[in-house]
Design a protein around this ligand. Structure first.
Ligand code: NAD
Length: 359
């Protein structure tokens, strides 16, 4: 017998299959869903009764999309660890940024949890192994912040080279004194970690006349050639070439303290170090030493091992006269947060629909 072309697939939850199309979830709530072809009533039926806990500040768009899809959303940004441990057994999904630590203890208490959504890029605050052992999906928005982080990186690089913070402070105090800087044109930038952000930083650096040396642990010849960067597969050799070094690796057991005493010893005297990846990629004690020795001429950091600083070395680095520090704002732009919200909400709904057997 021929299949009825009008028949809709029926899933485990007894509802019809929801059509989750990329980008279909935005633009005016339920009306937007319908306009974009998402069968919102199907999705609502599928996800009815599921509860989502959001424990970090997120764009209001995520909350709106999740509520429109019929989820019960508790928005509790800044939730403490004790409260999280108490609350988590009640929820089917958890949305975090980088502040909330979703470790094994949290995951083991999460009796109903089906999905953890990281509204952003790095997954180093989530115990992926523990999540996988419990069959919990982890979703994130890997590309959403690339341009914002790359722009901040170049901004910090220029700020360090031109000593902008010092000059701004003088101006604020009404002291009109010259502050001598250096040009970036013709200088070499070493990019450690030639992924999404590293490549975008390299493109912008090339556009302002810098030479780029790229280091990674995977083959990068093609991408480097396209951008006009030189691949160098030895870390110390790559570091030795840079007038400035910028870090764009994820934080993993292998990249923790990737930049330590020996790596600073390999760098040029007076190098500018930019870190917008994760604080723990740099050994803070070694950085303090390298600043005091004059190996690092200036450091521009968006991240620290602990934020805000906890150890003596971290406090000294953050307050050092040749360090400029921002408060982990790499992805904090209107555009990045909107992209993060779109990607995260869509992936979270897809994962929940799949867990319910409706996708
Ligand atoms: P990506 O995965 O696209 O690129 C990371 C690159 O690092 C990959 O090419 C990978 O092969 C390389 N790598 C891994 N281990 C390495 C090692 N030991 N040595 C050299 N290279 C290594 O990631 P991305 O989107 O470019 O993001 C990079 C990092 O930026 C993220 O992991 C995150 O920690 C950080 N980030 C920070 C902010 C912020 O607010 N400051 C925002 C977004 C992302």
């Amino acid at each position: 017998m021929a299949a009825d072309p009008a028949a809709r697939p029926v899933s485990r939850c007894g509802c019809e299959k929801a059509e989750l199309k990329p980008g279909a979830l935005l633009g005016g709530g339920a009306v937007g869903f319908a306009r974009n072809g998402l069968r919102v009533e199907v999705l609502r039926k599928c996800l009815a009764g599921l509860r989502v806990l959001v424990t970090d500040p997120v764009d209001e768009l995520i909350l709106r999309v999740l509520r429109d899809a019929g989820l019960e959303v508790s928005y509790r940004p800044g939730l403490g660890r004790g409260e999280l441990l108490q609350a988590i057994p009640e929820y089917d999904a958890l949305v975090v940024r980088s502040r909330t630590k979703v470790d094994r203890e949290v995951i083991e208490r999460a009796a109903r949890l089906k999905v953890i959504a990281r509204a952003g890029v790095g997954l180093d605050n989530i115990d992926l192994e523990a999540a996988s052992q419990r069959g919990i999906r982890v979703v994130n928005a890997p590309a959403a912040a690339t341009q914002s982080v790359a722009e901040l990186t170049i901004g910090l690089l220029i700020a360090a080279a031109r000593r902008l913070a010092e000059s701004m402070e003088l101006a604020r105090r009404g002291v009109w004194k010259k502050v001598m800087g250096t040009e970036l044109y013709g200088k070499t930038l070493t990019v450690v970690g030639f992924g999404r952000i590293g490549r975008r930083v390299a493109e912008i650096a090339r556009a302002i006349g810098m030479n780029v040396v790229a280091y990674d642990v995977v083959p990068i010849d093609e991408a480097a050639a396209r951008i006009g960067a030189e691949p160098v597969y030895d870390l110390h050799e790559a570091l030795a070439r840079g007038d400035a070094v910028t870090l764009h690796v994820p934080l993993t057991p292998k990249t923790r303290h990737l930049i330590s005493w020996d790596e600073f010893r390999a760098m040029k005297r007076g190098v500018i170090l930019v870190n917008t990846s994760r604080g723990a990629v740099v050994d803070t004690e070694a950085l303090l030493w390298a600043l005091e020795e004059g190996i690092v001429g200036a450091a521009a950091l968006d991240v620290l091992e602990h934020e805000p600083p906890v150890t003596e070395a971290e406090r000294k680095v953050a307050a050092h006269p040749r360090v400029i520090m921002t408060t982990h704002i790499g992805a904090s732009t209107v555009e990045a947060q909107r992209r993060v919200a779109e990607d995260t909400a869509r992936k979270l709904l897809e994962a929940l629909a799949e867990a319910r057997g409706c996708s």
